[in-house]
Design a protein around this ligand. Structure first.
Ligand SMILES: *Cc1c(COP(=O)(O)O)cnc(C)c1O
Length: 359
């Protein structure tokens, strides 16, 4: 069976090597006579899987020793709640709103305390990021929150706000492991893994130890406390065993590719192919502001909804799938995550040229 080029924003493309390896191991994992889906999370077999996954992630991101790595089931939306429930000790947080995901995170946080929107890009329909030079934060805010890569609009914060002693909490779902990141700049990082790391159903939280609090929001359920995951090495109850196993394989694959410095180089080359074409096209134009461009999600449009729809349909006939943009932006979006090969991007650009010439 021929595989397609899948430009979906998430759940998204995974490395073929990883899928093949998982297929090979499906019926009989490590001579156990069982699939990973069938083994207990209390076995030595699984303990090795989760410990190696954590260590490989630590190596890839150079995670300092005073940060914990937590595997938390439930997706991104659950982190919208867990962050304020666990971090709002003064009941105050400042949010940078750069798209739908940070807007929803701010709205969820309002249930637990006083949320101030420090800046918003909504007036621009989030096609560019607010200027950080004009932004101030409340000195008694418990944290400042942002979404690093804005999946829907194709923008990326290339610079981080200066927050002094206030911990910075960031949603890194759609740029997770796409390039090196200085973990020590953050108090908390979380990413839903279904964008750039693994199957849906889990978020990975990287949190500085002193922020793992006992005195969380009253009534916070056991499973929504970061402390529960930290104290049990994410094994308080049955974790998403198969999801962790696949994430671990992706971490190993990333190490084999040469780590995140190398991934950034490859991702930059892939993104440049698309942006260079878009900057010179007579038919298509990029949607996100040039200074804020994402390496992972590239948004563009012809400016005409009918032409865009025809483009998406004809691209699918060529095996270039899921290029339709989010319903809030229209146009197209090509998500070119780590696992999208350069050939896929070249095939897309080549088809765009063909489509443009036929117009
Ligand atoms: C997809 C996405 C989310 C939402 O994730 P769910 O797991 O569907 O809740 C949040 N933030 C970002 C940046 C995303 O790309």
């Amino acid at each position: 069976m021929k595989r397609v080029y899948n430009f979906s924003a998430g759940p998204a493309v995974l490395p073929e090597e990883v899928l093949k390896e998982a297929a090979d191991e499906m019926m009989n994992y490590e001579k156990s006579g069982m699939s990973v889906m069938e083994i207990s999370h209390r076995t030595e077999l699984f303990r090795t899987i989760i410990e190696e996954a954590e260590q490989d992630l630590r190596d890839l991101m150079h995670i300092p020793d005073n940060y914990r790595v937590l595997f938390v089931q439930g997706g991104g939306h659950m982190q919208f709640a867990m962050v304020p429930m666990n971090l709002m000790k003064n009941g105050k947080a400042d949010y940078l709103v750069s798209g739908l995901w940070s807007k929803k995170a701010a709205k969820e946080a309002e249930m637990y305390g006083d949320v101030r929107i420090a800046a918003s890009g909504e007036a621009d329909n989030f096609t560019s990021l607010p200027d950080l030079r004009d932004v101030t934060f409340r000195s008694d805010a418990d944290y400042v929150y942002l979404c690093l890569n804005n999946t829907i609009y194709g923008t990326l914060w290339h610079e981080l706000p200066e927050t002094g002693d206030i911990p910075l909490a960031a949603d890194i779902s759609s740029c997770f492991l796409s390039e090196p990141l200085d973990v020590s700049r953050f108090g908390l990082l979380w990413g839903g893994v279904q964008k750039n790391v693994g199957p849906a159903g889990m978020a990975i939280v990287i949190i500085r130890e002193d922020l793992i609090r006992e005195d969380v929001w009253p009534g916070t359920p056991t499973m929504l406390r970061y402390r529960t995951y930290a104290d049990s090495n994410s094994l308080y109850n049955t974790p998403p065993v198969y999801c962790i196993y696949i994430c671990g394989k992706v971490f190993r694959w990333l190490k084999q590719q040469g780590g995140l410095e190398e991934m950034k180089k490859i991702n930059q080359e892939k993104a440049d192919l698309l942006y260079d074409y878009l900057d010179h096209s007579r038919l298509f134009r990029p949607i996100a502001a040039k200074k804020d461009r994402s390496l992972m999600n590239v948004t563009f449009t012809s400016g005409d909804a009918e032409t865009d729809a025809r483009f998406v349909k004809e691209a699918e006939a060529k095996g270039l799938m899921n290029l339709k943009g989010h319903r809030s932006t229209g146009g197209m979006r090509a998500s070119i995550y780590n696992a999208m090969p350069a050939e896929g991007v070249r095939a897309l650009v080549s088809f765009m040229k063909e489509f443009e010439n036929a117009e």
